[in-house]
Design a protein around this ligand. Structure first.
Ligand SMILES: CC(C)(COP(=O)(O)OP(=O)(O)OC[C@H]1O[C@@H](n2cnc3c(N)ncnc32)[C@H](O)[C@@H]1OP(=O)(O)O)[C@@H](O)C(=O)NCCC(=O)NCCS
Length: 151
């Protein structure tokens, strides 16, 4: 039922829609990108082989995406799903499949302290809490984060 495949240009309108959701942005501590900012970001990311990205397809529908990217000298995992797909175990299943595809370790996940669902996903997939950090987002808000590691 759940499949991972490379991200295609035709996925971007839906991924933009998911990335604009206010509750998702609250969980992540982000300020949503404008469509122009989003497109510019994907223009960089699409041809970058250091960024491993996958679309998550559930019953033929694009449910969200996963990626592995470089940040501050680490390989970091990110994931983002459309609201109507939440609460069904899909993120956990998708992250497990993605991690089975990728042999690099360690992998880190940096998760806002108030994002309990994401923390749970990471822990169910074998990540351990190794530290804390703070970020300041585009709105100037201070976001407290946990650093998780998969060894
Ligand atoms: C975080 C996110 C990926 C979770 O997706 P999902 O498909 O609902 O996740 P799953 O169903 O696989 O698992 C969620 C787990 O968190 C738990 N959970 C969800 N919300 C919770 C909350 N507020 N408090 C405690 N636990 C919570 C669920 O009960 C479940 O655990 P369980 O299997 O033990 O019951 C999804 O909400 C999302 O895309 N959010 C926006 C982007 C984002 O936050 N990305 C992560 C950035 S680090």
């Amino acid at each position: 039922l759940l499949k991972l495949r490379p991200v295609e240009p035709g996925d971007l309108p839906t991924l933009f829609e998911y990335s604009s959701d206010p509750e998702s942005n609250r969980l992540v501590g982000f300020v949503p990108r404008t469509r122009a900012e989003f497109d510019k970001r994907w223009e960089t990311v699409m041809p970058d082989s250091r960024v491993i990205k996958r679309a998550v397809v559930v019953g033929g529908e694009l449910a969200g995406d996963l990626c592995l990217f470089d940040r501050e000298g680490r390989r970091e995992l990110g994931y983002w799903f459309g609201r109507r797909f939440w609460g069904k175990g899909l993120a956990t299943e998708a992250v497990r499949l993605f991690l089975a595809e990728i042999s690099e370790r360690p992998i880190h996940a940096v998760i806002a302290k108030h994002n309990a669902g994401s923390r749970r996903v990471a822990e169910k997939c074998g990540f351990e809490l190794v530290g804390e950090t703070v970020d300041v987002n585009k709105a100037g808000e201070r976001i407290e984060l946990f650093v998780f590691e998969l060894r």
